[in-house]
Design a binder for this molecule. Structure first.
Ligand code: ADP
Length: 485
């Protein structure tokens, strides 16, 4: 069991109070590196979710709208709370997710930076008067909080994903009902503990419920007083939320699956591209929606690129995230492990070559979630790894001859979240960027999202943006007030 000053109560949080709800049932949270039970959390459901929404409504009625200064103070308070407890939240995150401790602590910093960004820019949400006077009126635009919002997050960034949503919700003055993923609720509980100790939010402004997704999700979808949901997770669940909220015409912000191509042209700096790929691909053990899913290397440098990449992949150290020197932790659960194994087996069965890693037949059936980092070359479009998101430490490499061919291959997916392009030719980069149907195109970099820029997907990868000024406006309803004389 985990022992932490931030986990004295492993419970939900409703209306400013810790509560286990009424079910009397609990679910286990496991350490994926060891299989050890870390804690038991309460199974909460429809009743608790409804209570959390009511608490949010009360907070919204306190002094609507909360002033910009008030909201800035909350944002700074949450930022400072996360910074003050970075080590302990990072440790809990490492234990329940499995990612290396340094990466986990880095995620806490990353989370804090979203609150910092929103604090610095929240005054953009102040009302403003437009310069024209149409219809003989003076027109003011107010940015009203949309209302109580539901925030549903996945396990792959247990603190990063909620930070993106909660920072913008607080900036807008919206109370929230938060549901973390069942695999990683402890980081969220610890963050709530830190926030309630270090920041001064009104009761009901942030509420936490946890348990099986359906009863909680159904209430958030159907409740008339929740006008918006922000969700990060799989495209299938995102599509379900669209259907389930249709009758109430709710606003949705959805960050869904990806299928990121990483394209390297002959004129690119090979060493830099290899390093960028390693950092991009193996973050979180390959379990992020911006991790490269498909690698395309132009034929002239393919041999050199594959050799250098294989050497780097083989040198990565897989182990418990708490051990110093670990580059890659375990996968989150058996289903995640089985999916990677299926993709590698499928690619090898269809003619791929294993250049680094272990043949899937030599891996244990169960009992260990450590998947060896793997490089397969000779990848073809009909392989599962080309059209499904692997979400694990597999690099499938294909070669290409022409710009047109690689563009066609890269765009040949229903997804459009992140992509990466390596070329020294500016004109080619500009042609490619305008033709790539992805919300994020890293040019000579494998870097992912940042608080300062809007991030989100095209096509089945989602709706809306997180980060940047665009993200700041996600949780407000613009309201126009023409005033006659
Ligand atoms: P992943 O494949 O990354 O686990 P999911 O889309 O299954 O992604 O889960 C992401 C989040 O969505 C988790 O918090 C999960 O509990 C939640 N979720 C899953 N199904 C539903 C649902 N029907 N309604 C609301 N939330 C759901």
């Amino acid at each position: 069991m985990i022992d932490s000053p931030l986990l004295e109560r492993t419970e939900g949080f409703i209306g400013g109070r810790w509560t286990a709800g009424d079910s009397g049932k609990r679910f286990s949270v496991l350490n994926p590196a060891t299989g050890e039970e870390l804690a038991q959390c309460p199974v909460m459901g429809a009743e608790e979710t409804t209570a959390a929404i009511e608490a949010g409504k009360k907070a919204l009625r306190l002094t609507p709208p909360f002033s910009i200064d008030q909201r800035r103070q909350w944002l700074e308070g949450v930022r400072d709370a996360l910074k003050a407890e970075k080590r302990e939240i990072g440790r809990i995150l490492c234990l329940e997710h499995g990612k290396p401790l340094k990466e986990a602590e880095g995620e806490v910093d990353y989370a804090a930076s979203f609150f910092d960004y929103c604090a610095r820019y929240v005054d953009q949400l102040a009302p403003h008067t437009i310069p024209e006077k149409p219809k003989d009126c003076e027109w003011t635009v107010h940015y009203q909080p949309i209302g109580v919002v539901g925030l549903i997050t996945p396990w792959n960034f247990p603190i990063g994903m909620i930070a993106k949503k909660l920072s913008a919700a607080l900036a807008a003055g919206c109370p929230s009902v938060i549901k973390p993923a069942e695999d990683t609720p402890l980081t969220m509980i610890a963050a709530f503990q830190a926030i309630s100790r270090h920041a001064d939010l009104p009761d009901g402004m942030i509420n936490l419920v946890m348990g099986p997704p359906k009863p909680i999700g159904d209430v958030l979808c159907e409740h008339p007083d929740v006008p918006m949901l922000s969700f990060t997770g799989s495209t299938g669940v995102g599509q379900h939320l669209i259907r389930a909220t249709a009758d109430r015409v709710k606003k949705l912000s959805l960050e869904l699956g990806g299928n990121a191509p990483f394209i390297v042209f002959d004129d690119a700096d090979v060493d830099s591209a290899v390093e960028q790929l390693i950092a991009n691909k193996f973050r979180g053990g390959g379990q992020t929606c911006v991790c490269t899913n498909r690698l395309y290397v132009q034929a002239g440098i393919a041999g050199e690129f594959a050799d250098k990449l294989a050497a780097r992949v083989s040198a990565l150290r897989v182990g418990d995230g708490m051990d110093e020197g670990t580059d890659i932790g375990p996968l989150i659960n058996q289903a995640g492990f089985d999916k990677v194994r299926r993709h590698v087996s499928d690619a090898l069965a269809k003619g791929g070559t294993l250049l680094a890693g272990t043949h899937p037949d030599e891996l244990p059936e169960s009992g260990s979630l450590f998947y060896p980092p793997t490089l397969v070359t000779g990848v073809m479009p009909d392989m599962a790894c080309c059209h499904e998101e692997t979400f694990g430490p597999l690099i499938p490499m294909a070669t290409f001859e022409t710009e047109e061919a690689v563009l066609q291959a890269a765009n040949d997916t229903d997804f459009g979240l992140a992509s990466y392009l390596f070329t020294a030719d500016k004109a080619r980069a500009e042609r490619m960027i305008s033709a790539l149907r992805f919300g994020h195109v890293g040019w000579n970099t494998g870097t992912g999202p940042t608080p300062e820029a809007p991030f989100g997907g095209f096509k089945l990868s989602g709706i809306g943006r997180e980060g940047g000024v665009e993200g700041l406006f996600e949780f407000v309803e613009p309201q126009t007030v023409p005033r006659g004389s």
